[in-house]
Write a protein that binds this ligand. Structure first.
Ligand SMILES: Cc1ncc(COP(=O)(O)O)c(C=O)c1O
Length: 414
């Protein structure tokens, strides 16, 4: 983040006041919640929108001719418009609701992978993927004869771009499916460059934006990607709803993944026809209340604005790298130039689980483990890390509290 272009600083206290949970205490201490990359806390606007819908306006969508169903359908479809505006999609029909990012990637693996890729073609992922962007492709490989290729990363934790391009040279890659921001290293991948090179070799590109969209404005048209996925619960919304954005012409050509109600044109015992996109991919009663919560979350994020969010989080990350990295015996993992608000670390002589447990005793919540990225851990020569991750409500003082607590952890293990 260019400091010169920083907008007016966020009023973090005013933001925190909108999160009821942040006034909780844990073990008698104020909660220091540094685990937002796993799932973000929810602002009052999201909580209220969901409760209001349950109390005043709830019915199933798309099927009723009555007032309640019509209003609820308007809210559900309204969130589709909000998502389209959030990521600057050309067409609201390009927004498909899924259960989460995992559901969205599996949809593409089944529908695009099995339906439109040919055995012998390859999928390229990177060495810093979440399991949800590894396992679906292994399943596709085993069921459909697709080759899975892994682009390496450098020791700094950045995509090895030359090696990535080498994997594309034979022209057999049908899809690059890659994280936009690593949930372990914080690294942003060079998205525009990835798309340019992949398209030059005839491959489509899917970005796993589960982390990136929380911290940075995403414009799918500017990115020129083919698919972009994210999950609502990390973006201050509820669990149970995620998004697949895909280019209209691809979604139109792709076969449905799940069959059932809502996704059909007509059904006889002999055959069924499919609804238009996005409904073709939304079988069954969708996550109605969750869509209302996600809509509220998007409005809330847009009201704050990505410039302010990105500036605040860049400042938090710089502070964390200096403070955590400055504690003797604490090692920050990953030194990417372009990075977001996730800082993984190890502590000499202590297992990450023990570190997290001792931090928890001091009221500080971090995540510890392999972060659903076991192959990345192996690449790093580690079995686990502790991870502090930040949201728009995180303060510099909380990071100071973590650094102070880490000194105590070190003393304990010494
Ligand atoms: C980079 C990344 N991809 C995918 C996911 C999966 O998200 P979900 O469990 O909501 O599908 C996560 C969640 O931790 C993530 O961090």
């Amino acid at each position: 983040m260019n400091v010169m272009s920083r907008p007016v600083a966020l009023d973090v206290s005013a933001i925190r006041a909108q999160f009821p949970i942040l006034s909780e205490t844990v073990r008698g201490k104020p909660l220091v919640f540094l685990d937002s990359a796993a799932s973000a806390q929810k602002p009052r606007a999201v909580i209220d929108a969901m409760v209001w819908a349950m109390e005043h306006q709830y019915a199933n969508v798309h099927r009723g001719l009555h007032w309640m169903s019509e209003r609820t359908t308007e809210s559900y479809e309204g969130t589709r418009d909000l998502v389209a505006s959030l990521i600057n999609a050309r067409d609201r029909h390009e927004i498909v609701f899924t259960g989460n990012s995992t559901g969205a990637i599996n949809l593409v693996a089944h529908s695009y992978g099995r339906g439109m890729m040919k055995p012998g073609q390859a999928v390229v992922i990177s060495a810093m993927e979440h399991h949800s962007n590894i396992v679906p492709w292994q399943m596709l490989r085993d069921a459909h004869g697709i080759e899975l290729r892994v682009a390496p990363i450098t020791d700094a934790g950045e995509l090895d771009f030359a090696a990535f391009e080498d994997l594309l040279r034979d022209g057999r890659v049908g899809l690059v499916s890659i994280t936009h921001m690593s949930n372990v290293l914080g690294t942003y991948t060079p998205a525009e460059r990835i798309v340019a090179v992949a398209h030059a070799y005839g491959a489509k590109v899917l970005f796993d934006g589960s982390q990136a969209i929380v911290h940075r404005r995403v414009d799918v048209q500017a990115l020129n990607a083919d698919f972009y996925v994210f999950t609502g619960h990390k973006l201050y919304g509820p669990t149970g709803i995620g998004v697949l954005w895909g280019r209209r012409e691809l979604l139109d050509a792709m076969p449905p993944f799940l069959g059932g109600g809502d996704m059909i044109g007509s059904v006889t015992y002999e055959r069924s026809t499919w609804a238009q996109v996005p409904h073709k991919f939304e079988a069954g009663t969708p996550a109605i209340l969750e869509s209302i919560g996600l809509g509220a979350a998007i409005r809330w994020v847009q009201d704050i604005g990505y410039d302010a969010i990105a500036a605040h989080e860049a400042s938090l990350t710089d502070h964390a790298l200096a403070r955590i990295g400055g504690v003797a015996g604490v090692n920050v993992i990953g030194r990417a130039q372009d990075r977001g608000g996730v800082v993984s670390f190890t502590v000499d002589g202590a297992h990450a689980h023990d570190v997290a447990t001792l931090l928890d005793r001091q009221g500080i919540a971090v995540r510890a483990g392999h972060h659903c990225a076991e192959p990345l851990m192996r690449r790093l020569g580690l079995d686990s890390t502790a991870r502090a991750s930040f949201g728009v409500y995180t303060t510099h003082e909380e990071i100071d509290a973590l650094a102070t607590a880490l000194v105590r952890v070190r003393e304990f293990f010494a």
